[in-house]
Design a protein around this ligand. Sequence first.
Ligand code: 13P
Length: 339
Amino acid sequence: MEKQTLKDIAQKLMTGDKGLLAMDESVATCNKRFAEAGIPQTEEYRRKYRELIVTTPRLGECISGAILFDETTKQAANDGTPFIDLLVKGGIIPGIKLDEGAKDMPAFPGEKITEGLDGLRERLQGYAKLGIKFAKWRAVIIIADGTPTDGSIYANAHALARYAALCQEAGLVPIVEPEVLMDGDHTIERCFEVTQRVLRIVFEVLISQRVYLEGMILKPNMVLSGLGSKVQATVEQVADQTVKCLLRCVPAAVPGVAFLSGGQSGQDASAHLNAMHVRYKNKLPWALTFSYARAVQQPAMDYWKGKDENVAVAQQLLYKRASINNAARRGDYTAALEK
Ligand code: 13P
């Protein structure tokens, strides 16, 4: 493991006011989003859509790294240029989703365990050869009556730590994503309690598996009220509770924290990130940015609808949401930017 190389990649991913773009929807998830947007669910349409993203003019001004799904790493633009080459040319570091999805966890009804460790060392070598510099693994934690249990949190933390150690061995920076889902009618206080427990356990196990903290990135959820909760926290409450939780749990050695959006609207995800920067400017030990999928992509996907004549405007919408999140990272976001 080249520690300096890992550190350098992590620093580049966190650079300036940029963030990451998650475009790593699995075939099933991508097809589900396409179905909702009225787009045909075929490999060719998934290729066209990813071409739209990676050829968006000036996207590299806003986005430091893009997380890809395996299918996309083998695809190319209409002119034959591989997507990975287009990203690199545009100044965007290519990354890869390595987990194979969250499955029902045996003996833990209602909870999930993420699979994908078998053969991971060999898969990593293949991706490293393609020029991929970082990776992602998502664990799913569900808040409900009696969950999450420590049994499921520890099992998921262990998988995250094993994945992270294997990534670092191969010279890739691991993004460690323990996502506490927004689904449920829980309060923001309960989300805080669960997120805190999960992050403490995740770092305990990362450290026990000798993961090099300076060479990783954390991708957490924000601390939010449950989607179905009657009381929805304010933007300032979300910012305060999220930062308080991260300051308690995330070692200062970690270079960056990049949030998932998790089903928040694009506007909410930007406003929340912005409020954290406005309220905690110069008080955070790590870079704090975004690694959104839906909160950056959705307007572009909805506009595109699979039609070639809509590509240019869809690309403008993608660029706009990405650059709005740059403003949020600087603490310069205002609702007027949405016009
Ligand atoms: P969302 O921002 O849509 O939650 O996706 C982020 C992600 O990468 C989930 O794994």
